[in-house]
Design a protein around this ligand. Sequence first.
Ligand code: DGY
Length: 424
Amino acid sequence: MKDMRDLDTEAAGILRANDRGGYSVPTAGLYPYQWNWDSAFAAYGYAFLDIDRAWVELETLFAGQWADGMVPHILFHKVDPSYFPGPDIWGGVGPVPSSGISQPPIAATMARLVWELDKEAGQARMAALFPKMVAWHRWFMAARDDGNGAICLTHPWEAGRDNAPDWDGPMKRIEPHGIAPYERRDTGHVDADMRPKKADYDRYLYLVKQGHDCGWDQAHLREVNPFRMADPTMTFSLLRATRDLIWIGEELGTSTEGLSDMVVRMESGAATLWNDTIAAYDVRDTKTGAWANAVSNAAFLCWYAGIDPKSTAHTYARVQSKVRFGVASHDPDSPAYEPKRYWRGPSWAMMNMLIAMGMDEAGLPEGAALRQQTADMIATGGFAEYFDPRDGAPAGGQNFTWTAAVWLGWCSPNVRRGRWAQSH
Ligand code: DGY
């Protein structure tokens, strides 16, 4: 294991190296653009190095907001051939070349953590961001409510959990016709065994083509898109972030009208995601009503969302007993579990942080244990994109922004802490 102070220096160096001037890339080569939730974590990490740079990260992200309020999952500030699919394939319709889908809305939660580190310095910047974040949350409610108050995704990349077994059933049903021949770039950067398979990519591109061809018309997509999953990642992150928005609005002394109604609606939506069979919150296919029957790390965001965890603690104890480093992204007891393949098993430092935040707030001792495991994982495997949860071996991309940010703000025993981390 490495010395903790070396890790602080390394983490700071990774944030600086991934800075492209006003925005961060998740890592050079594999992901050469600004990704939405990666960027929110980058802001959080920067808050411990350079608070002005933290605000700039969020401001650049919201500069890409579409007229309808959507904040895209990728902003293509400067074309880079090392990534596919690029801006021409997506055909985003916002002020900055972009993708056409969103990503888990954690920006308001991270903005709150940044602001809490220096309320006075951040006052005007938070006041300017607040209405943009509200507009984004309203867009989710208008475009992604499943009809019960649970929030849907319309592409596996929207949940960030690209190849999670949760999507296997609905993805198999898609016939990916009409996509142009393409060359993947991701497997030129990372071992193919750690990435999604070709069959997944064909379907990712098919879904992108559907959106591109209709100019990302949400009403049309609601009718034609075969992939519409009510999902714990989206529901829990939006619910949590909306609670944070209410807090922010009250602190700013500005109107929070409509936000409490969103919270109430999502609280009932979240309850509909409880699947008794697996004793966890689960993904439901809104087209068929079928459960994924998959225990994912997103299920453990229930505490973070501040909702009734039901018997999730038992399920958490079961899956945790099978691994040593953090929360496996898919149930280690499942036949679909692959501990090195992206979202089918590996442990993700930033998911561990969100899960533990919720546990800490709920007064559960598991949060502190999870922080220690995540720190040990990074000390063992470095600043990887994700890790094998059995031995902490690094997997995916290296020199990763969000892993460095999580180290700086949450894992490192040396770095000045924000109020939330201090009190837990
Ligand atoms: C990718 O290209 O792997 C990304 O996860 C898409 O967001």
